[in-house]
Design a protein around this ligand. Sequence first.
Ligand code: GAL
Length: 746
Amino acid sequence: MAIRLLAALALLALQPAAHSAEPGTIELPRALFATGDDPARARPDFDDHNWTELSTLANYEKQGFPDYDGYSWYRFHVRIPSSLKTTVRWPQRLHLYLSSIDDVDQTFLNGVKVGEMGQFPEDPRGYATRWNGLRNYYVDVATGLVHWDEDNVIAVRVYDGSGGGGFYRDMPTLSLAEITDGLSMDLAQTPIAYGPTMFRARVHWLNSFPVALDGRMDYEIYDAAVDRVLRRGHAPFHVGANGHADLPIEAPQRAGVEVRFQFTEAGTGAAANATLHAPYLLTPPESLSPRINGARVFGVRPGSPVYFRIAATGSAPLQFSAAGLPAGLRLDHRSGVISGQARQPGDYRVALTVGNARGAAHATLTIRVGNQLALTPPMGWNSWNAYGLAVDAGKVRAVAEAMISSGLAAHGWTYINIDDGWEAAERTADGTIRSNAKFPDLQALSDYLHERGLRFGIYSSPGARTCGRFLGSLGHERQDADSYAAWGVDYLKYDLCSYELLLPKEPNVADYQAPYRLMGEALAAQPRDIVYSLCQYGLAAVWKWGGDVRGNSWRTTGDIEDSWRVVREIMDSQAVTAPFADPGHWNDPDMLVVGEVGWGGALHPSRLTPDEQYSHISLWSLLAAPLLLGNELTHLDAFTRNLLVNDEVIAIDQDPLGHAARRAWTGDDWEIWVRELADGRRAVGVFNFGDRFRRLTLAGRVPELAVGMTLRDVWRQHDLAPLTAGSEAAVPSHGVLLLAVGQARP
Ligand code: GAL
């Protein structure tokens, strides 16, 4: 009996806590829900007794409202006990954490608006999704809005443009904030200077509460590689109401260094912690001598216009020459842009030379005039992660300019792709698609890009509407492909979006293929090459058939975010897709989330730590993934630039063999991925997904890591001692050691 009772008690304890987790936190796991829109729903006395109860941990589409796009409301009834006030030292701000809401919300407490994120379609500035934004709303208790020890109604007006819909990420909560909770480290405003061994930063602190903070900032510089605090310090710290303050800091510039801050407020004793994962540069400085970078093989169909920019670095001016170009192609000796039309099929081995005052570099470029495009994964930029639907022609031009002036184009980054948001509200009378006022002249934009040897990408959906509610191509596939070709488009991202509504209840593979095949054929019929990028989030194992519908790449996942959780989930899901990549057919685990991103909201530096970013770029390169930046390129900070100009890392991504890495070994939060390279070597990524800086002996973990093998550290671009039984990888938490293993065949 006693045992039984105990078992029952244990079971009870395992049930998810209904309404309280940590003391002082009220969880909001469920809400009442109804589709449609009505301002009266914000009111506390609104009658919601016949609404549906939903979990807030999964979107409403998964809970009985499949395919519902548009307006809806959530309502929470919650008793807020006055005892909450005893859990903090400064009981003046109610903190509503609403996790993420797909796509836009306005939130009311007892009938009064307390927060909003994104822009509803009726917004004069136009619709803007903030599906992945974290909602932290604060309510001043002094307003009397909080009804202590009574029923309170939190009403959330939601608009969903497509897919998902509503609350979805993690547990929404309600609590009282501490006075220090408004304080945050703002890396966007933290200039960092890199010396040979140290970095210096003026750490910028923001106080978002209208109350001044006085107290003391303690900090310690911690070296995770040796598990030791290198230095401790403290300083008096003052930041005004809604103000900011800077704190200079200097620390070693190397893997494993963290600067840990703790601010203690004098009046309340409340404390806030923040860690600066110290950025460190791995890519060695560019040589002034000439070097030829980027893809070594390029596919073009006979007669299609060619724009190929030879990626090369070295002190200006560079002088380019090419021997063995197919008839019909010419090279601009100053810009390095190859253009023209080649009519005769065949493999042309073109001898490239790039010279400057310091010497000359040579490389062979194979131009394959035939049927295959995208023989190496496309590299460039896409507007979505930076600008969302707020993209316009001026921004795209500025990015294109930055692509060249920042030097990225000289490392192979060439596509400039407009994502959703360029389409006009209506087609012309004959059904022709047009651009909206933000893109007054697509043809001119395309010419501008091509003159610079860049390539032009565009976006559409097989549905009637794109995910951002713009016009899709349904019923106009051939007409749209004709328009793209006429504008000089080189790349199309074709995003399932509202076509999902047209799929049968239980779609089979043929149902998923049909819309993509249709556009694939329309593109293939054009007199120019348009790389075809499928975007349907990996449904029906698209990697198995994307090539059959003429796709050159296919998204294998849902949308990426600049959070380690999402990047890690994507990484984990890629092992099954890897065997299906080959030249012209690439798995696309989505665009890169490095640099400043924002999806049309305020831009912020990627929330990935430097090590997480090294892992991100390394794995995408091992996977032979398209490398499409999604950041605001006109603000390229030194760390991000350094991350993107490592020619040895890029060469792994662009390796002409086109085999993607396989996950060859896993153990205790370690993973080793191995990719065969065309020169006979192997690229090996040793990832530490654990929470601490750790070491792993390498020998024998995978057959490629045999004792005696030659090793090169790819990020640092230097040779290591040959592998011994004792060789170890020392890898920071969430970081990587990227190796090239073996001898290159001459
Ligand atoms: C999503 C897609 C994103 C972006 C967006 C535009 O479905 O995955 O990459 O293109 O639509 O609305």
